[in-house]
Design a binder for this molecule. Structure first.
Ligand code: C5P
Length: 239
């Protein structure tokens, strides 16, 4: 029997959860980039992203960050609290890379003087355009207080992740977070944190250890994803 899907996105499928106010997240091997313009499969990606996300959510929770994570349910699935996703991508950058480098004509790798929080509107038809916090408030996407919380939590998550990856010889260059509102209106970290959503550069060589290997056809995509899982495991088990 086909299970009822509550939602299917590019990389994940959401199923009803076994407990009230929960859903199950199934991580697929499907990979897309440039808003779906490039498509492919990364063998084992679903299992890596689920396990990396689970380990990182548990690590963040242990350091006082509220997340949607309840528990891992197997190699490719996790149980999370049901939330209403805030339609903003919250991006934190430490060095210029990707769309930021392109937008401002800044060489990739240029360090930023301060960590930068940016918002993009989650809208595939518009290619997820950058949006200011003020515009997000004006459009009713978040309250001023929520925008403040998004910025503060994103920077706190960033500091914790930067530290964890650094202990494993990986530099966190930038990453994207999504947040959701629980039934009682609290903002919690949601979605995933995985090689799909972070940029990680090998300290010393600058080798890309993330989805840029897929986006830029660098090869060794599966190997990089497995290596990140190995290092996240080592870092979180040592905690
Ligand atoms: O492409 P851009 O440079 O804006 O990406 C910044 C960071 O956000 C990267 O780590 C990228 O993996 C992540 N990102 C994402 N999902 C998007 C856009 C960006 O995970 N839709």
């Amino acid at each position: 029997m086909m299970e009822t899907k509550l939602y299917e996105g590019k990389a994940k499928i959401i199923y009803p959860g076994p407990e009230a106010d929960t859903v199950r997240v199934y991580f697929k091997d499907d990979a897309t980039a440039f808003n779906g313009a490039k498509r492919g499969t990364i063998q084992g990606k679903g299992a890596v992203n689920n396990q990396v996300s689970a380990a990182l959510f548990a690590y963040l929770e242990a350091h006082g960050v509220r997340t949607h994570f309840v528990r891992q349910l197997g190699e490719r699935e996790m149980l999370v609290r049901r939330v209403e996703i805030v339609p903003l991508e919250v991006i934190v950058r430490y060095r210029a890379a990707g769309s930021f480098s392109k937008r401002y004509g800044i060489e990739e790798g240029t360090p930023l003087r301060t960590p930068l929080v940016e918002f993009c509107l989650k809208n595939d038809a518009l290619n997820d355009p950058p949006i200011s916090g003020e515009a997000a408030v004006a459009l009713g996407l978040a309250t001023p207080k929520e925008v403040e919380t998004l910025r503060r939590e994103a920077l706190r998550v960033g500091a914790l992740l930067k530290d964890l990856f650094a202990r494993q010889g990986l530099e966190l260059v930038d990453f994207k977070l999504e947040f959701g509102r629980t039934s009682d209106g609290a903002l919690v970290l949601a979605d995933e944190i995985s090689p799909d959503t972070v940029r990680l550069w090998e300290v010393g060589t600058g080798e890309r250890m993330d989805k840029d290997r897929f986006r830029r056809d660098l090869g060794g995509v599966e190997e990089a994803y497995q290596e990140v899982l190995k290092r996240v495991r080592a870092a979180t088990q040592a905690e």
